[in-house]
Design a protein. Structure first.
Length: 400
Protein backbone atom coordinates (compact mmCIF):
# COMPACT_ATOMS: atom_id res chain seq x y z
CA UNK A 1 0.00 0.00 0.00
CA UNK A 2 2.80 2.41 0.82
CA UNK A 3 5.53 0.49 -0.97
CA UNK A 4 8.27 2.84 -2.12
CA UNK A 5 6.94 5.76 -0.07
CA UNK A 6 9.47 7.59 2.09
CA UNK A 7 8.18 8.98 5.35
CA UNK A 8 9.98 11.06 8.00
CA UNK A 9 8.45 11.09 11.45
CA UNK A 10 9.44 13.82 13.86
CA UNK A 11 8.76 13.19 17.55
CA UNK A 12 8.75 16.00 20.09
CA UNK A 13 8.60 16.00 23.89
CA UNK A 14 5.09 14.97 24.83
CA UNK A 15 3.57 12.06 26.69
CA UNK A 16 1.65 11.24 23.48
CA UNK A 17 4.98 10.11 21.96
CA UNK A 18 4.15 6.55 23.03
CA UNK A 19 1.38 6.52 20.40
CA UNK A 20 3.89 7.32 17.66
CA UNK A 21 5.51 3.92 18.22
CA UNK A 22 2.32 2.32 16.89
CA UNK A 23 2.11 4.80 14.03
CA UNK A 24 5.65 3.87 12.95
CA UNK A 25 4.66 0.21 13.04
CA UNK A 26 1.53 0.79 10.93
CA UNK A 27 3.48 2.73 8.32
CA UNK A 28 6.28 0.15 8.13
CA UNK A 29 3.72 -2.67 7.89
CA UNK A 30 2.06 -0.85 5.00
CA UNK A 31 5.41 -0.91 3.16
CA UNK A 32 6.73 2.62 3.79
CA UNK A 33 10.40 3.39 4.35
CA UNK A 34 10.30 5.26 7.67
CA UNK A 35 13.00 7.38 9.30
CA UNK A 36 12.51 8.85 12.76
CA UNK A 37 13.86 12.18 14.03
CA UNK A 38 13.59 13.03 17.72
CA UNK A 39 14.01 16.32 19.53
CA UNK A 40 16.15 16.13 22.70
CA UNK A 41 12.97 16.30 24.85
CA UNK A 42 11.34 13.38 22.98
CA UNK A 43 13.92 10.91 24.31
CA UNK A 44 12.50 11.50 27.82
CA UNK A 45 9.25 9.91 26.68
CA UNK A 46 10.19 7.11 24.24
CA UNK A 47 13.34 5.15 23.64
CA UNK A 48 15.22 5.71 20.34
CA UNK A 49 16.07 1.98 20.46
CA UNK A 50 12.40 1.00 20.14
CA UNK A 51 11.94 3.38 17.22
CA UNK A 52 15.11 2.36 15.38
CA UNK A 53 14.13 -1.29 15.77
CA UNK A 54 10.61 -0.72 14.46
CA UNK A 55 11.57 1.68 11.66
CA UNK A 56 14.62 -0.43 10.69
CA UNK A 57 16.57 2.84 10.39
CA UNK A 58 18.86 4.66 12.83
CA UNK A 59 17.00 7.34 14.76
CA UNK A 60 18.27 10.86 14.11
CA UNK A 61 18.59 12.99 17.23
CA UNK A 62 21.42 15.47 16.63
CA UNK A 63 22.54 17.88 13.95
CA UNK A 64 25.95 16.29 14.30
CA UNK A 65 26.95 12.95 15.73
CA UNK A 66 30.54 11.84 16.51
CA UNK A 67 31.80 14.75 14.41
CA UNK A 68 29.56 13.70 11.54
CA UNK A 69 27.01 16.12 10.22
CA UNK A 70 23.39 14.90 9.71
CA UNK A 71 22.40 16.37 6.40
CA UNK A 72 19.03 17.92 7.14
CA UNK A 73 18.67 19.22 3.59
CA UNK A 74 19.08 15.72 2.14
CA UNK A 75 16.62 14.35 4.69
CA UNK A 76 14.06 17.03 3.89
CA UNK A 77 14.38 16.28 0.20
CA UNK A 78 14.40 12.50 0.68
CA UNK A 79 10.91 12.34 2.18
CA UNK A 80 7.55 12.14 0.41
CA UNK A 81 5.92 13.22 3.66
CA UNK A 82 7.10 14.69 6.97
CA UNK A 83 4.86 13.93 9.94
CA UNK A 84 5.45 15.63 13.27
CA UNK A 85 3.59 13.61 15.88
CA UNK A 86 3.22 14.52 18.63
CA UNK A 87 3.71 18.21 18.01
CA UNK A 88 4.35 19.91 21.37
CA UNK A 89 3.36 23.47 22.11
CA UNK A 90 7.03 24.46 22.21
CA UNK A 91 7.94 22.98 18.79
CA UNK A 92 4.75 24.44 17.32
CA UNK A 93 5.81 27.91 18.49
CA UNK A 94 9.29 27.41 17.06
CA UNK A 95 7.92 26.21 13.71
CA UNK A 96 5.56 29.17 13.55
CA UNK A 97 8.49 31.54 14.06
CA UNK A 98 11.22 29.89 12.00
CA UNK A 99 13.45 28.75 14.88
CA UNK A 100 16.12 26.22 14.04
CA UNK A 101 17.75 25.01 17.25
CA UNK A 102 17.51 21.24 16.70
CA UNK A 103 17.67 18.69 13.87
CA UNK A 104 13.87 18.33 13.57
CA UNK A 105 13.38 22.06 13.06
CA UNK A 106 16.25 22.14 10.54
CA UNK A 107 14.66 19.30 8.56
CA UNK A 108 11.23 20.96 8.76
CA UNK A 109 12.61 24.23 7.42
CA UNK A 110 14.38 22.51 4.53
CA UNK A 111 11.65 19.94 3.70
CA UNK A 112 10.31 20.16 0.16
CA UNK A 113 7.54 17.61 0.82
CA UNK A 114 4.13 18.01 2.43
CA UNK A 115 4.06 18.29 6.22
CA UNK A 116 1.44 16.87 8.58
CA UNK A 117 1.44 17.82 12.25
CA UNK A 118 -0.49 16.08 15.03
CA UNK A 119 -0.59 18.46 18.02
CA UNK A 120 -0.75 17.15 21.58
CA UNK A 121 -1.23 19.32 24.65
CA UNK A 122 -3.46 20.14 27.56
CA UNK A 123 -6.74 21.88 26.83
CA UNK A 124 -5.78 25.22 28.37
CA UNK A 125 -2.56 25.31 26.37
CA UNK A 126 -4.41 24.23 23.22
CA UNK A 127 -6.99 26.97 23.60
CA UNK A 128 -4.49 29.70 24.47
CA UNK A 129 -4.60 32.51 21.88
CA UNK A 130 -0.85 32.20 21.22
CA UNK A 131 -1.23 28.47 20.40
CA UNK A 132 -4.17 29.15 18.12
CA UNK A 133 -2.24 31.96 16.44
CA UNK A 134 0.76 29.66 15.92
CA UNK A 135 -1.54 26.98 14.52
CA UNK A 136 -2.99 29.50 12.09
CA UNK A 137 0.53 30.35 10.97
CA UNK A 138 1.38 26.69 10.38
CA UNK A 139 -1.74 26.38 8.20
CA UNK A 140 -0.77 29.54 6.30
CA UNK A 141 2.65 27.96 5.56
CA UNK A 142 0.83 25.06 3.85
CA UNK A 143 1.12 22.48 6.64
CA UNK A 144 -1.75 20.07 7.28
CA UNK A 145 -3.10 19.77 10.81
CA UNK A 146 -4.38 16.48 12.20
CA UNK A 147 -7.40 17.42 14.32
CA UNK A 148 -6.88 16.89 18.06
CA UNK A 149 -9.13 14.56 20.02
CA UNK A 150 -11.27 15.08 23.09
CA UNK A 151 -10.80 12.91 26.17
CA UNK A 152 -8.56 12.29 29.16
CA UNK A 153 -5.41 14.41 29.08
CA UNK A 154 -2.01 13.84 30.70
CA UNK A 155 -3.02 16.28 33.45
CA UNK A 156 -5.91 14.00 34.40
CA UNK A 157 -8.39 16.59 33.17
CA UNK A 158 -10.83 15.88 30.37
CA UNK A 159 -10.95 18.11 27.35
CA UNK A 160 -9.59 18.96 23.93
CA UNK A 161 -5.94 18.59 22.95
CA UNK A 162 -5.26 14.83 22.90
CA UNK A 163 -3.16 13.69 19.98
CA UNK A 164 -5.27 11.69 17.52
CA UNK A 165 -4.99 7.89 17.82
CA UNK A 166 -2.31 6.25 15.64
CA UNK A 167 -4.88 4.33 13.55
CA UNK A 168 -6.74 7.57 12.84
CA UNK A 169 -3.49 9.34 11.85
CA UNK A 170 -2.59 6.38 9.61
CA UNK A 171 -5.97 6.52 7.85
CA UNK A 172 -5.72 10.28 7.50
CA UNK A 173 -2.25 9.94 5.94
CA UNK A 174 -3.43 7.37 3.40
CA UNK A 175 -6.58 9.25 2.43
CA UNK A 176 -5.00 12.69 2.29
CA UNK A 177 -1.56 12.03 0.84
CA UNK A 178 -1.29 8.61 -0.77
CA UNK A 179 -4.69 7.66 -2.20
CA UNK A 180 -4.50 7.44 -5.99
CA UNK A 181 -6.97 9.21 -8.24
CA UNK A 182 -7.23 6.77 -11.16
CA UNK A 183 -10.65 5.54 -9.97
CA UNK A 184 -11.78 8.77 -8.28
CA UNK A 185 -15.48 9.35 -8.87
CA UNK A 186 -16.05 5.63 -9.54
CA UNK A 187 -17.96 3.28 -7.28
CA UNK A 188 -16.95 -0.34 -6.73
CA UNK A 189 -18.67 -3.25 -5.07
CA UNK A 190 -16.75 -6.25 -3.73
CA UNK A 191 -18.21 -9.48 -2.36
CA UNK A 192 -15.97 -11.40 0.02
CA UNK A 193 -15.73 -14.26 2.49
CA UNK A 194 -17.81 -17.39 2.85
CA UNK A 195 -21.56 -17.61 3.31
CA UNK A 196 -23.20 -19.56 6.11
CA UNK A 197 -26.39 -21.46 5.29
CA UNK A 198 -28.35 -22.26 8.45
CA UNK A 199 -29.33 -25.83 9.21
CA UNK A 200 -30.88 -24.93 12.57
CA UNK A 201 -30.31 -22.09 15.09
CA UNK A 202 -26.83 -23.39 16.00
CA UNK A 203 -25.50 -25.13 12.87
CA UNK A 204 -24.68 -24.07 9.38
CA UNK A 205 -23.05 -25.14 6.12
CA UNK A 206 -20.05 -22.95 5.39
CA UNK A 207 -16.60 -23.09 3.80
CA UNK A 208 -12.99 -22.19 4.63
CA UNK A 209 -12.85 -18.87 2.80
CA UNK A 210 -11.13 -16.27 5.03
CA UNK A 211 -12.23 -13.19 3.09
CA UNK A 212 -8.57 -12.04 2.88
CA UNK A 213 -8.52 -11.76 -0.91
CA UNK A 214 -11.78 -9.78 -1.12
CA UNK A 215 -10.77 -7.44 1.70
CA UNK A 216 -7.42 -6.81 0.05
CA UNK A 217 -9.18 -6.05 -3.26
CA UNK A 218 -11.57 -3.63 -1.54
CA UNK A 219 -8.58 -1.84 0.00
CA UNK A 220 -6.68 -1.76 -3.29
CA UNK A 221 -9.73 -0.27 -5.09
CA UNK A 222 -10.06 2.31 -2.31
CA UNK A 223 -6.37 3.18 -2.66
CA UNK A 224 -7.00 3.94 -6.34
CA UNK A 225 -9.63 6.50 -5.31
CA UNK A 226 -12.86 4.49 -5.75
CA UNK A 227 -15.78 4.63 -3.34
CA UNK A 228 -16.01 1.04 -2.16
CA UNK A 229 -18.84 -1.13 -0.82
CA UNK A 230 -17.64 -4.39 0.69
CA UNK A 231 -20.35 -6.99 1.16
CA UNK A 232 -18.92 -9.79 3.21
CA UNK A 233 -19.96 -13.06 4.70
CA UNK A 234 -18.66 -13.98 8.20
CA UNK A 235 -14.95 -13.13 8.34
CA UNK A 236 -12.41 -12.26 11.03
CA UNK A 237 -10.70 -9.82 8.71
CA UNK A 238 -10.69 -6.13 9.60
CA UNK A 239 -10.94 -3.42 7.02
CA UNK A 240 -8.18 -0.82 7.36
CA UNK A 241 -10.06 2.18 6.06
CA UNK A 242 -13.13 3.63 7.66
CA UNK A 243 -13.98 5.12 4.25
CA UNK A 244 -14.88 1.65 2.93
CA UNK A 245 -18.57 0.85 3.46
CA UNK A 246 -18.69 -2.63 4.98
CA UNK A 247 -21.97 -4.56 4.96
CA UNK A 248 -22.00 -7.84 6.86
CA UNK A 249 -24.20 -10.71 5.70
CA UNK A 250 -24.55 -14.37 6.61
CA UNK A 251 -26.21 -16.31 3.81
CA UNK A 252 -26.06 -16.33 0.01
CA UNK A 253 -29.58 -14.94 -0.07
CA UNK A 254 -28.67 -12.04 2.25
CA UNK A 255 -25.63 -11.29 0.08
CA UNK A 256 -27.82 -11.30 -3.03
CA UNK A 257 -30.29 -8.92 -1.34
CA UNK A 258 -27.51 -6.43 -0.58
CA UNK A 259 -25.70 -6.66 -3.91
CA UNK A 260 -28.51 -6.40 -6.44
CA UNK A 261 -30.11 -3.10 -5.28
CA UNK A 262 -26.62 -1.57 -5.17
CA UNK A 263 -25.49 -2.90 -8.52
CA UNK A 264 -27.14 -0.21 -10.60
CA UNK A 265 -24.96 2.51 -9.04
CA UNK A 266 -21.60 0.76 -9.29
CA UNK A 267 -19.04 1.03 -12.06
CA UNK A 268 -16.99 -2.00 -11.02
CA UNK A 269 -18.15 -5.22 -9.33
CA UNK A 270 -15.67 -7.78 -8.00
CA UNK A 271 -17.31 -11.02 -6.93
CA UNK A 272 -14.69 -12.78 -4.84
CA UNK A 273 -17.02 -14.32 -2.24
CA UNK A 274 -17.10 -18.09 -1.90
CA UNK A 275 -20.88 -18.15 -2.07
CA UNK A 276 -22.58 -21.44 -1.19
CA UNK A 277 -23.99 -23.05 -4.31
CA UNK A 278 -26.65 -24.80 -2.22
CA UNK A 279 -28.68 -23.78 0.80
CA UNK A 280 -30.86 -25.70 3.24
CA UNK A 281 -34.39 -25.87 1.87
CA UNK A 282 -36.12 -25.82 5.26
CA UNK A 283 -33.83 -24.78 8.13
CA UNK A 284 -35.22 -26.00 11.45
CA UNK A 285 -36.40 -23.30 13.85
CA UNK A 286 -35.39 -25.55 16.76
CA UNK A 287 -32.05 -27.28 17.36
CA UNK A 288 -32.17 -30.67 15.63
CA UNK A 289 -31.84 -33.46 18.21
CA UNK A 290 -29.83 -36.56 17.34
CA UNK A 291 -31.65 -39.89 17.08
CA UNK A 292 -30.79 -43.44 16.12
CA UNK A 293 -31.11 -43.13 12.37
CA UNK A 294 -29.22 -41.06 9.81
CA UNK A 295 -30.13 -37.50 8.98
CA UNK A 296 -30.88 -36.18 5.49
CA UNK A 297 -30.89 -32.46 4.79
CA UNK A 298 -32.43 -31.35 1.53
CA UNK A 299 -30.51 -28.61 -0.27
CA UNK A 300 -31.69 -26.27 -3.00
CA UNK A 301 -29.62 -24.10 -5.32
CA UNK A 302 -28.79 -20.54 -4.30
CA UNK A 303 -29.14 -17.67 -6.74
CA UNK A 304 -25.88 -17.03 -8.58
CA UNK A 305 -25.16 -13.41 -7.62
CA UNK A 306 -22.42 -12.90 -10.21
CA UNK A 307 -24.59 -14.37 -12.99
CA UNK A 308 -27.51 -12.12 -11.96
CA UNK A 309 -25.22 -9.08 -12.01
CA UNK A 310 -24.01 -10.28 -15.43
CA UNK A 311 -27.61 -10.19 -16.70
CA UNK A 312 -28.12 -6.64 -15.39
CA UNK A 313 -24.71 -5.35 -16.53
CA UNK A 314 -24.68 -2.22 -18.69
CA UNK A 315 -21.99 -1.38 -21.26
CA UNK A 316 -20.33 1.05 -18.85
CA UNK A 317 -20.05 -1.48 -16.01
CA UNK A 318 -17.16 -3.92 -15.48
CA UNK A 319 -17.55 -7.13 -13.51
CA UNK A 320 -15.02 -9.63 -12.28
CA UNK A 321 -15.72 -13.21 -11.19
CA UNK A 322 -13.52 -15.70 -9.39
CA UNK A 323 -13.07 -19.36 -10.21
CA UNK A 324 -11.63 -22.17 -8.15
CA UNK A 325 -11.06 -25.25 -10.26
CA UNK A 326 -9.42 -28.58 -9.68
CA UNK A 327 -9.52 -29.85 -13.28
CA UNK A 328 -9.71 -28.34 -16.78
CA UNK A 329 -8.86 -25.06 -15.10
CA UNK A 330 -8.58 -22.82 -18.14
CA UNK A 331 -11.60 -24.25 -19.98
CA UNK A 332 -13.79 -24.01 -16.87
CA UNK A 333 -12.63 -20.46 -16.12
CA UNK A 334 -13.36 -19.37 -19.70
CA UNK A 335 -16.74 -21.07 -19.54
CA UNK A 336 -17.56 -19.13 -16.32
CA UNK A 337 -16.44 -15.87 -17.95
CA UNK A 338 -18.87 -16.40 -20.81
CA UNK A 339 -21.76 -18.01 -18.92
CA UNK A 340 -21.86 -15.32 -16.24
CA UNK A 341 -21.26 -12.46 -18.72
CA UNK A 342 -18.20 -11.26 -16.77
CA UNK A 343 -15.48 -9.01 -18.20
CA UNK A 344 -12.75 -10.80 -16.32
CA UNK A 345 -12.29 -14.01 -14.36
CA UNK A 346 -9.59 -14.60 -11.75
CA UNK A 347 -8.65 -18.27 -11.58
CA UNK A 348 -7.25 -19.35 -8.22
CA UNK A 349 -4.57 -21.91 -8.72
CA UNK A 350 -4.93 -24.84 -6.37
CA UNK A 351 -1.87 -26.48 -7.91
CA UNK A 352 0.62 -23.89 -6.62
CA UNK A 353 2.03 -24.92 -3.24
CA UNK A 354 1.37 -22.20 -0.66
CA UNK A 355 -1.58 -20.64 -2.51
CA UNK A 356 -5.16 -21.01 -1.39
CA UNK A 357 -8.28 -20.23 0.49
CA UNK A 358 -7.22 -19.53 4.05
CA UNK A 359 -3.51 -18.66 3.81
CA UNK A 360 -1.66 -15.37 3.31
CA UNK A 361 -0.53 -16.06 -0.26
CA UNK A 362 -2.12 -16.74 -3.59
CA UNK A 363 -1.28 -17.37 -7.24
CA UNK A 364 -3.81 -16.57 -9.95
CA UNK A 365 -4.37 -16.46 -13.69
CA UNK A 366 -6.57 -13.74 -15.12
CA UNK A 367 -8.68 -14.20 -18.24
CA UNK A 368 -10.49 -11.28 -19.85
CA UNK A 369 -13.30 -11.31 -22.37
CA UNK A 370 -10.91 -9.61 -24.81
CA UNK A 371 -8.74 -12.75 -24.75
CA UNK A 372 -5.96 -11.75 -22.33
CA UNK A 373 -4.39 -14.43 -20.18
CA UNK A 374 -2.21 -13.01 -17.41
CA UNK A 375 -0.52 -15.21 -14.78
CA UNK A 376 0.51 -13.80 -11.40
CA UNK A 377 2.90 -16.06 -9.46
CA UNK A 378 2.86 -16.76 -5.72
CA UNK A 379 2.67 -13.48 -3.76
CA UNK A 380 0.92 -12.15 -0.68
CA UNK A 381 -2.82 -11.64 -1.14
CA UNK A 382 -2.32 -7.91 -0.62
CA UNK A 383 0.14 -7.67 -3.52
CA UNK A 384 -2.00 -9.93 -5.74
CA UNK A 385 -4.99 -7.68 -4.96
CA UNK A 386 -3.00 -4.62 -6.06
CA UNK A 387 -2.02 -6.43 -9.29
CA UNK A 388 -5.64 -7.46 -9.94
CA UNK A 389 -6.86 -3.91 -9.33
CA UNK A 390 -4.28 -2.42 -11.69
CA UNK A 391 -5.46 -4.84 -14.39
CA UNK A 392 -9.11 -3.97 -13.64
CA UNK A 393 -8.20 -0.28 -13.85
CA UNK A 394 -6.45 -0.71 -17.17
CA UNK A 395 -9.20 -2.86 -18.76
CA UNK A 396 -12.04 -0.77 -17.29
CA UNK A 397 -10.52 2.46 -18.60
CA UNK A 398 -9.95 0.86 -22.05
CA UNK A 399 -13.59 -0.32 -22.08
CA UNK A 400 -14.91 3.10 -20.96
N1 LIG B 1 -20.90 -16.84 -7.27
C1 LIG B 1 -21.93 -16.01 -6.90
N2 LIG B 1 -23.08 -16.54 -6.40
C2 LIG B 1 -23.21 -17.85 -6.23
C3 LIG B 1 -22.17 -18.73 -6.60
C4 LIG B 1 -21.02 -18.19 -7.11
O1 LIG B 1 -21.80 -14.79 -7.03
N3 LIG B 1 -24.35 -18.32 -5.74
C5 LIG B 1 -19.68 -16.26 -7.86
C6 LIG B 1 -18.47 -16.35 -7.00
O2 LIG B 1 -18.36 -15.23 -6.15
C7 LIG B 1 -17.36 -16.41 -8.04
C8 LIG B 1 -17.98 -17.13 -9.20
O3 LIG B 1 -19.39 -16.98 -9.03
O4 LIG B 1 -17.03 -15.12 -8.51
C9 LIG B 1 -17.59 -18.59 -9.34
O5 LIG B 1 -18.24 -19.37 -8.45
P1 LIG B 1 -18.19 -20.98 -8.47
O6 LIG B 1 -19.03 -21.43 -7.36
O7 LIG B 1 -16.78 -21.44 -8.49
O8 LIG B 1 -18.74 -21.32 -9.89
P2 LIG B 1 -20.00 -22.08 -10.35
O9 LIG B 1 -20.46 -21.38 -11.56
O10 LIG B 1 -20.95 -22.21 -9.24
O11 LIG B 1 -19.45 -23.47 -10.81
P3 LIG B 1 -18.85 -24.72 -9.99
O12 LIG B 1 -19.14 -24.49 -8.52
O13 LIG B 1 -19.56 -25.84 -10.56
O14 LIG B 1 -17.40 -24.66 -10.29
Amino acid sequence: MLNGKKILIGITGSIAAYKTILLVRLLVKAGADVKVIMTPAAADFVSPLVLSTLSKNAVITELSNNHEWSNHVDLGRWADLLIIAPLSCNTMAKMANGFCDNILLAVYLSATCQVLVAPAMDEDMWKHPSTQQNLGRLVSYGNTIMPVGHGELASGLFGEGRMAEPEAIFQFIISRFFRGKALAGKTALVTAGPTYESIDPVRFIGNHSSGKMGFAIAEALYMQGAEVFLITGPSNEKIQFEGIHRLNVQSANEMFNQVIPLFDQVDIGVFSAAVADYTVEKPSSEKIKKNEGSLAIHLTKTIDILAEAGKLKRQDQFIVGFALETENEKANALDKLKRKNADMVVLNSLRTAGAGFAGENNAVTIFTKLGDEISIGLKSKKVIAEDIVSIIKEKFIVQA
